[in-house]
Design a protein around this ligand. Structure first.
Ligand code: SF4
Length: 211
């Protein structure tokens, strides 16, 4: 599996926000979102076997492991890595861009599925079949660039009754949409979603890797 970086930080997003977590960032992504903040992970990386990654993770003695990218599900060993970590007693989150089949993951994997709003330019890549593979412990995330994105997210949430299935997260694109605007739209619609800000960027800034 080609890995861009492994590091420990504070989980900046999801309902696990604030927890110390180890991040395994895979190399490569099949999408090119307009506002991508992880372009450094498109190509650079080192090949590791699953066993080698497990040994590295052991050294952190950290309960929470996040497999992220890039797009981790573009790599064939990602499901095996998640399963081995789960068997090792870790709580495992897999952050995916929503264009790959999530049903291949171990049922105890906490799937964080990004839904690509129109502002990302990648909406046509959404694998809609994933909507029927969500469990109550999974989380669906919408990153919102503007009001058009918000209205699109709202319509998807309502069409698929997502808030009845799992946690729904809504974030503003960092430095592009004011959190206050997004908060006002959510309150005005009484939308049962969780507004989240990427707290690692507030702690360390938006240009620092490995946080
Ligand atoms: S899916 Fe993530 S890593 Fe891939 S282009 Fe979009 S923001 Fe960047």
């Amino acid at each position: 599996m080609k890995i861009n970086e492994i590091f420990q930080s504070i989980q900046g997003e999801t309902t696990f926000q604030g927890l110390p977590s180890v991040f395994i960032r895979s190399t490569g992504c099949n999408l090119r979102c307009n506002w991508c903040d992880t372009q450094y992970a498109y190509d650079d990386g080192t090949d590791y076997g699953v066993d080698e990654i497990l040994k590295i993770i052991e050294k952190y003695h950290c309960k929470y492991v996040v497999i992220t990218g890039g797009e981790p599900l573009s790599q064939k060993d990602a499901p095996a890595l998640a399963e081995q970590l789960i068997k090792g007693g870790y709580r495992v989150l897999v952050e995916t861009n929503g264009s790959r089949d999530i049903s291949i993951l171990h049922p105890d994997t906490i799937k964080i599925v990004d839904m690509k709003c129109p502002g990302s330019g990648m909406t046509e890549n959404i694998l809609w079949e994933n909507m029927s593979c969500l469990s109550a412990h999974d989380e669906v995330k919408f990153v919102i660039a503007d009001y058009k994105d918000y209205l699109w997210a709202k319509s998807v949430i309502e069409s698929y009754k997502l808030t009845d299935i799992c946690t729904v997260l809504i974030s503003p694109v960092f430095n592009r949409l004011a959190p206050e605007s997004l908060a006002k739209w959510i309150i005005s619609d009484n939308l049962s979603v969780r507004l989240q800000l990427q707290i690692h960027k507030y702690i360390w800034g938006s240009d620092i890797r490995g946080v």
